[in-house]
Design a protein. Structure first.
Length: 131
């Protein structure tokens, strides 16, 4: 059986593992370096990689899933030949919802949490950002 046929066969078999329900829409990020992005999310937000990333024949990651708190993000390396390009550095923001943005509830490593800065907000919400 070919690798593709094996993968399809495995996907069609029922799973015994308990899977949390997924929302109707998930963020799917195209990034310039998926391996570095996975490591960054793990360090910055204590993200957990779910399963093994799918690595394409050319070495790029074609799909990976990470959990941050009770949320999930999909990400992959960019594929400009398919029109999937990573945004310019500094052109993306990620919002994490927490009762208190400075609290330990926010899924973030202590070192990153120390680098939080308050952002003014007209909505009345308390917002934090870091680099």
């Amino acid at each position: 059986m070919s690798g593709t046929a094996t993968a399809i066969s495995e996907l069609n078999e029922p799973s015994t593992a308990e899977q949390p329900p997924r929302p109707a829409a998930l963020p799917y990020l195209a990034v310039a370096n998926a391996r570095a992005a996975l490591a960054w999310y793990a360090d910055a937000f204590d993200a957990v990689v779910m399963g093994d990333p799918i690595v394409m024949d050319d070495g790029r990651i074609g799909h990976a899933e990470i959990a941050i708190g009770d949320g999930v993000l999909y990400l992959a390396d960019e594929y400009p030949e398919l029109g999937l390009k990573a945004p310019a550095p500094g052109a993306v923001s990620v919002s994490l919802m927490a009762p208190d943005p400075g609290s330990s509830y926010l899924p973030m490593s202590p070192a990153r949490r120390q680098r939080l800065a308050t952002i003014p907000s007209s909505s009345g919400a308390r917002r934090k950002a870091f680099r």
